[in-house]
Design a protein around this ligand. Sequence first.
Ligand code: SF4
Length: 486
Amino acid sequence: MVDVILTADKTLMSNYHNNEFLGFGTCAPPNFIPEWLYSYLFFPSLKTKKGLPTAAPYGLRKTEAQLLKEGFQVETVSPNHLDNYLNNAKVLGIHTMDPFGLGPASTTLAALFKKEPYLAKHFHTLLNSPELTKAKQKGLKVIVGGPGAWQFKYREKAIKELGIDCVVEGEAENIVGKIFRTALEGQELDRHYEVGVGQAPTLEEIPDIVNPSINGLVEIGRGCCRGCQFCNVTLRPLRWYPLDKIDREIGVNIAAGKTGACLHSEDVMLYGSKNTMPNEEEIVQLHEQVTKQCTDVSWSHCSLAAIASNPKLLSKLSELILQNQNWWGAEIGIETGSSEIAKKIMPAKAHPFSADNWHDVVCQGMGIAHDNRLVPACTIIVGLPEETEDDILKTMDLVDDLKDMRSLIVPLFFVPLGKLTTEDWFTKTKLNGLHKKLLIQCAERDFRWIDDLIDISFSGKWYQSITKEFYKGFSAIAKRKVRQIE
Ligand code: SF4
């Protein structure tokens, strides 16, 4: 038994049936589907061995690797088996994605359904569980980190209320050891530690994961050069992992029997590039290397401008990826159809093209993605600062022009992040008639594609044909509900 344990709530300790798209389901609040069935469909628990999950969120694996590197005795434990480990533990690290449902996807759904999303609900269930409360009374220190740590800035009181000793925000490799050591020694911790940009680790300082990550996710780089004002990532330096580092992490997953790889960066198309033009040689080499070892490849994010800047490159990558699969997915930010807004808050998003041509860049990139069986889960932001009715109409025109391109388009309420932290949140009460029409337009469009996406996601997996019908049933009920609201 070890004195440092790491965990995450149920919504994060899942492989989402090996389909990252299903992970979006965790942003929804409890709804017309019974909770046990919903969690089985969208975030089933991972298998465990003596309470240790067979995989864990990548960010948690990085923390685990850093602590191991610094000599800590540490285990990553399933939230369903915490009680077996808490007796001996002195420090518990919890990874969180969206602790208060303030992330753009969950804030939108929570506002519409007037309930907190599953992600937030299970984070609170974990923090308030009787076994954790008992362990805290016996002196356990609780440290929370991960991509959702920023939300504690808006909920400072909750740190104390939830019995958290320290929240760590940012790229923490260089300071996490110090914080855990301070906790182990029983000394006072800073309530909220924000890692400065100058403290971000260099490539050499970022350790390789030691144990498998969920769905074979491996980072290929950090940071982004586009500088969108509403984004936190843009404040971080751009670094690309060398091929041998990526190879070693994929090796960790393969050794554990995970043959899929989800390549993670803010723009996979720009792997190895110092600017907004893809580095053809580097990205092709990366995919040659990955597809030799992995049977199922996906991307976390990419940009339409990079796709549109070199259509032949996407075809080349598609040929490599589709050797063993019939589609792959990526999250892509469209954000707006208005070039006026694009010029104001994300002037480099269209680069190497001009933001004046944002509508055409999006259409071109989406068309190329469709032809090559890259399926984007796109986001658009509702209620951006200074947005006019004309801007919303332009976004609606764009959504209409994308109707025949296989994808999902998810409207998200504006959340003040990055350089726009002083702006107001967008809330349901600010929705005007056009916003509502836009939300309905996206929902109708997505329902048109969802059955097709369910079919291609489950094709070749005969054993999941029954589950597939459940998703289709869920989609049909959701469609009916949306039509009732309409
Ligand atoms: S392109 Fe994406 S990751 Fe990069 S700054 Fe813009 S929103 Fe952030």
